[in-house]
Design a protein around this ligand. Structure first.
Ligand code: ADP
Ligand code: MG
Length: 854
């Protein structure tokens, strides 16, 4: 379904949504006098009163008018800013769990204080999400005094630290009110633990950090180091940037796994010595190989071991098979090429293996085969083997933010993406009118034939504006273009500032001055986002402000149309805040990438037929239209891509939730949770029950601690394995699409089977290993904060799993086989036939099981 069918909350519906929010203005008014009469201590007492009313059964909606009047009063007193009426309306929209589209400069930071305060009264925490760490600190410090005056605590989650807002700061406070829009007074932030920052009433932080903390909490081994305390209500600032632009790539916690034994190299040597047709058979069609007994024996001889399965386990078997596949099924210059790596390739091994797409024949630099195959091919070709990394946890932003009981957002630009917000997050977008009527002049696009011509014209225009002193913000679509333009300006002798979105804090301070008389600032779209550009600079004087106002305000000169209309609008929105004058103009060329890739053939044909100089604009409505069409198409394509990512993550999400909730119960549930889990696993197995009883006596007080740890480790080990298998499945179902099957349906179906298999492996492992649990050896080292990470834990589990093999644990399901019987086993991905004696250790590892159909 195209965007054309999506009506969203346009026109009437928008008006209706506004009408529903509007009464707050007069309702809050009623309490204004009462709030004004309160003493400073009285403000805090009022918070207690409201909390008590909630306890006694009043709803948030019922207390909203007084809460909003109270926040307004606290803000007026501390910050010197009284919430505008439209800000109260915006605040209601956020409280309702919708998106408030409010233009840049409308004061969204202040708007958020209203619903944040109101919802924090419930005591379950409120998260305010910002696009970078700097803005989270800025907003916490800037707004902190309002919350503090009302008796609420404020936390900040940053990548490298976390803080609590600390009002005991001594120095004079006027600077914060004056410069708080861009300057972070760090003295107001006291470092604290993650847990403490989340325990605050209101917590500011970035989407990445909130998401990562969720994942971190779910690979945690001690309940005392858990960070988050729930997902009550989130207000996402610049919601389009976070939930749309960043939603294509999921969050992943992974760690490199070192190949300490140089297994890839060793097995590559072995694979070379094996003879096809004798040591293994090759199935070219299914890209599979099967090792014969002869081949396995040969490999064992090479490795100097007796029985690879029992001595080394799955890992070696996997390596052997992968090495043989790399040797027999993947051919140089057909499936891959070995190319000179980037940069200064010196000695031999600096090359890299690049995949050749089997359908298009194109090279796929950067892409890698999974499951160690790429490494095996690197080893085969004598190219440096790159480190593997394993995924321990992952989630998309879509699914992270769906965890919240209530989600809301604000941005200057949401309406062009309202369909996506609604379909993916169930969020309605409501456009809130500006506080003062907008005075912005948006000029028509200027179109140039060549990029060089465009830049000449840009420089000319900037010089002309600069000569009269009008401040100019030049917007570019990439860091690369930014630098190109800056070099060009230097050559032309135009002094300017350049911002690449690299150091948010410093760039925030620079962008805050972009409205000064005579300022020229070149910035990428994300640079300085979230920081307001006031006319005359910041701080400004009336005189400076008037001078720039007379010149026409801030001139936004964009040098390219972006991938989405939304981002163009974001750039335009930098100009003409709060009823100020301002102008915007786009300079585009037929050589811009948007044009080159998406322009219709007609445009391509007319290109070059204009008989005018390259730095003279062409006025052609057809071109402007086709640019807009191109943007809509890219928007749709990107939306589809995000839907695709999400559709797959949704399958995993159900599994993730089930594993994580079981894990969480075990982690925080004490003895009872351990008992429940053991009962669940061995409910129908009397023998297992008696083993549990024996162990309780044997291990005494350490029983619960040990078993809890062991269960957690087993869950993690299998889950991480499962994640890897799901990744593998995902790439393989996409190939199968050529067999006319819907890959997503296949992924769902097989993903479910694999999950069920993981569940039974889990039960089996628990039953097999528990009897062998004893003394200290079963308890793996605790993971120190910032220590070696999950791999330490997981290698512990791998050890216990392997140990169980040598201890001869066997599961009841394969007792009916004789040692030399042929059996078919499966790990959920593939099936193998082998003698039972060979299969036994694989089965005992828990990863393989007897195939159902025997
Ligand atoms: P937005 O995020 O909507 O672009 P900001 O939150 O950055 O806007 O605020 C823009 C500027 O407007 C800030 O300098 C802020 O201090 C000012 N501002 C916001 N609300 C008010 C108000 N009610 N009264 C006075 N100034 C305000
Ligand atoms: Mg903002």
């Amino acid at each position: 379904m195209g965007i054309a069918f999506w009506k969203g909350l346009l026109g009437d519906e928008n008006a209706a949504a506004l009408k529903r929010a509007k009464p707050i203005v007069s309702l809050a008014q009623v309490f204004e006098e009462e709030m004004r009469a309160l003493s400073l201590a009285g403000l805090k007492d009022m918070t207690a009163v409201l909390r008590a009313e909630l306890k006694s059964g009043k709803t948030l909606d019922e207390i909203a008018p007084r809460a909003y009047a109270l926040v307004r009063e606290a803000s007026t007193r501390t910050l010197g800013q009284r919430h505008f009426d439209v800000q109260l309306i915006g605040g209601m929209i956020l409280h309702n769990g919708d998106i408030a589209e409010m233009r840049t400069g409308e004061g969204k930071t202040l708007v958020a204080t209203l619903p944040a305060y109101l919802n924090a009264l419930e005591g379950s925490g409120v998260h305010i999400v910002t696009v970078n760490d700097y803005l989270s600190r800025r907003d916490a410090v800037w707004m902190g005094q309002i919350y503090f005056a009302l008796g609420l605590s404020v936390g900040v989650i940053n990548g490298d630290a976390s803080y609590l807002y600390d009002p005991s700061h001594a120095t004079d406070d006027t600077e914060r009110d004056l410069l708080g829009a861009f300057k972070v007074m760090h003295d107001f932030l006291r470092p604290c633990t993650r847990t403490a920052a989340y325990a605050a009433d209101i917590t500011y932080g970035t989407n990445n950090e909130f998401g990562f903390d969720y994942l971190r909490d779910n690979i945690e081994y001690s309940p005392h180091t858990l960070r988050q305390r729930g997902y009550h209500y989130a207000i996402v600032d610049e919601i389009d940037s976070i939930l749309i632009d960043e939603a294509r790539t999921p969050l992943i916690i992974s760690a490199p796994v070192a190949d300490a034994e140089r297994l890839y190299d060793r097995f590559a040597v072995i694979a070379r010595k094996l003879i096809p047709g004798e040591d293994y058979s090759v199935d070219e069609k299914h890209k599979q190989i099967e090792l014969s007994d002869l081949g396995i024996e040969k490999a064992q001889r090479e490795l100097g071991i007796e029985n690879m399965y029992t001595e080394k386990g799955i890992k070696y078997v996997h390596h052997l098979e992968t090495a043989v596949r790399a040797q027999a099924l993947f051919h140089r210059d057909k499936d891959y090429v070995v190319s000179a790596g980037g940069g200064s390739a010196s000695v031999g091994r600096n090359n890299e293996v690049v995949i050749v797409d089997e359908f298009t024949g194109r090279l796929q630099p950067g892409r890698r085969w999974s499951e160690g195959l790429h490494q095996a091919i690197e080893a085969k070709e004598g190219v440096t083997v790159q480190q593997e990394s394993r995924t321990f946890a992952s989630i998309t932003f879509q699914n992270y933010f769906r965890l919240y009981e209530k989600l809301a957002g604000m941005t200057g630009t949401a309406i062009t993406s309202s369909e996506e917000f609604y379909k993916v997050y169930g969020l309605n977008t409501v456009v809130v009118p500006t506080n003062k009527p907008s005075q912005r002049k948006d000029h028509e696009d200027l179109i140039f034939q060549t990029e060089a011509g465009k830049y000449k014209a840009v420089a000319r225009k900037v010089r002309e504006l600069n000569q009269k002193g009008q401040p100019i913000l030049v917007g570019t679509a990439s860091v690369e273009k930014n630098e190109l333009l800056s070099a060009h300006f230097k050559q032309e002798g135009i002094p300017h500032e350049m911002l690449n979105a690299k150091n948010h804090e410093r760039e925030g301070e620079i962008i805050a001055q972009a409205g000064r008389y005579g300022a020229v600032t070149i910035a990428t779209n994300m640079a300085g986002r979230g920081v307001d550009i006031k006319l005359g600079g910041n701080p400004s004087s009336d005189e400076e402000y008037e001078k720039v106002k007379l010149l026409g305000g801030l001139y936004v000169l964009a040098t390219e149309r972006h991938e989405a209309r939304r981002i163009d609008n974001q750039l335009r929105g930098r100009s003409a805040r709060q009823g100020d004058p301002g102008e915007t103009e786009f300079f585009v060329s037929l050589e811009d990438s948007l044009m080159r890739i998406f322009a219709s053939d007609i445009i391509k044909r007319v290109m070059g037929t204009f008989k005018i100089p390259e730095d003279e604009p062409i006025y052609n409505s057809m071109i402007t239209k086709s640019l807009e069409k191109a943007q809509t198409r890219i928007e749709e394509l990107n939306f589809d891509m995000r839907k695709h990512v999400l559709a797959y993550d949704d399958v995993l999400n159900i599994q993730r939730q089930s594993i994580y909730s079981r894990r969480r119960a075990l982690l925080v549930g004490g003895h009872e949770a351990v008992d429940t889990e053991l009962e669940r696993v061995g409910a129908s197995d009397e023998k297992f029950k008696s083993v549990v009883m024996e162990k309780k006596t044997e291990l005494g007080i350490t029983f619960y601690e040990q078993v809890q740890k062991f269960l957690l480790q087993t869950i993690d080990f299998l889950w991480v394995d499962h994640l890897e298998a799901m990744e593998y499945l995902r790439s393989s179902v996409n190939l199968r699409a050529y067999g006319q099957r819907d890959p997503l349906v296949e992924y769902k179906r097989e993903g479910l089977t694999m999950f069920q298999q993981m569940e039974s492996s889990y039960a089996m492992q628990v039953e097999n290993i528990l009897p062998n649990l004893r003394g200290a050896d079963a308890v793996q080292p605790r993971r120190p904060e910032g220590g070696r990470g999950p791999e330490a834990i997981l290698s512990g589990v791998i050890h216990s799993a392997v140990r169980s093999i040598t201890m001869g644990a066997s599961s009841p399901s394969h007792k009916k086989f004789e040692r030399n019987d042929k059996v078919v086993i499966t790990d959920g991905k593939e099936k193998r036939e082998m003698k039972f004696k060979k299969a036994e250790p694989l089965l005992a590892s828990g990863k393989w099981r007897i195939a159902q159909d025997q």
